[in-house]
Design a protein around this ligand. Structure first.
Ligand SMILES: C[S@@+](CC[C@H](N)C(=O)[O-])C[C@H]1O[C@@H](n2cnc3c(N)ncnc32)[C@H](O)[C@@H]1O
Length: 279
């Protein structure tokens, strides 16, 4: 009898799981395969079989490859039209509830903090323009510890700040050795913490106590998940959002069928949705 050897990708995932405890079954297989191919090419077009042998005893390599699967890319004001709509049309009425003085927002899968600080900038602009004194807490979470460390450090350069206007650079950043550090006032407003969106035991970052967010940004993460896990994470975001709250998705992400009656799209192609029903 001929036993079929498991394919190298499956074996790599098994080895990763034994080293890191993460199984990556939630992530789209084609992305996993692309990242493995990229890693093999970085290692001088190493053969997959040889890579499996190396991985069997190399924990550091397993950690490195796991990080590659997370796809950390982000930049300030990514998808600028969304931020413009948020600032000019969506946030002013959201902050105008006379019975509410505390607001909570969540940047879920925040990478190095670019999205959370972009949001902090427009929230500051809006609160100044409407003379509002509400307290707004921004929770920024990610699974990757190195991403969170970057967010806490808040120093950015190059492509990541290309979409930041000169006026905003002058107002909200401090030049630092060829890069820019986010000013203290914004840094104090954003709290970074570790949160695995795939963890079924939690439905919001513990720091936020019980969720109850008025605005959630979850962009360019769901698109990497297979359907079942996409729906599972979406349920979590939906639960964490207050009735009347706003959800902002990435360009390639849509609302699952079952949630369509409960989330009203605000503008065509904007990726912005308002929660209209609690359940
Ligand atoms: C492409 S970045 C998106 C960053 C930002 N939201 C944006 O749109 O620019 C995807 C982020 O998802 C994070 N991520 C991957 N798996 C995660 C998980 N299970 N829970 C939370 N964050 C995760 C990655 O570490 C990465 O920072």
């Amino acid at each position: 009898m001929v036993l079929h050897a498991t394919d190298p990708v499956t074996r790599i995932l098994t080895l990763l799981s034994s080293h890191t405890g993460q199984d990556f079954i939630a992530y789209d297989r084609s992305i996993i395969e692309r990242r493995i191919a990229e890693r093999l090419s970085q290692l001088g077009n190493l053969d997959a079989e040889d890579y499996c042998k190396r991985l069997a005893s190399d924990v550091a390599e397993a950690n490195y490859l796991s990080k590659m699967f997370y796809i950390r890319y982000s930049r300030f004001f990514r998808q600028p039209l969304q931020f413009q709509l948020l600032r000019d049309v969506v946030i002013p009425p959201l902050l105008s509830d006379p019975d509410k003085s505390i607001y909570k927002v969540w940047s879920a899968a925040c990478a190095g903090g670019e999205e959370a600080f972009s949001l902090a900038i427009i929230l500051d602009e809006v609160t100044r323009s409407i003379n509002s004194s509400q307290h707004i807490s921004i929770f920024a979470t990610d699974i990757a510890e190195d991403a969170l460390a970057e967010g806490k450090q808040a120093v950015y350069s190059g492509e990541r700040i290309e979409e930041v206007s000169v006026k905003r650079l002058k107002t909200y950043f401090i030049p630092e050795s060829g890069a820019y550090r986010v000013c203290d006032a914004l840094r104090q407003q954003v709290s970074f913490s570790s949160h695995d969106l795939l963890d079924t035991k939690t439905f919001a970052p513990p720091e936020s106590i019980f969720g109850g967010f008025d605005l959630i940004l979850c962009r360019n993460f769901l698109m990497y998940l297979v359907d079942d896990f996409y729906n599972q994470v979406f349920d979590k975001l939906f639960k964490a959002l207050n009735p009347g709250g706003i959800l902002m998705l990435g360009k390639a992400e849509t609302v699952p069928q079952k949630h369509l009656p409960r989330l009203t799209r605000l503008y065509d192609f904007s990726g912005l949705y308002k929660k209209t029903m609690a359940r």
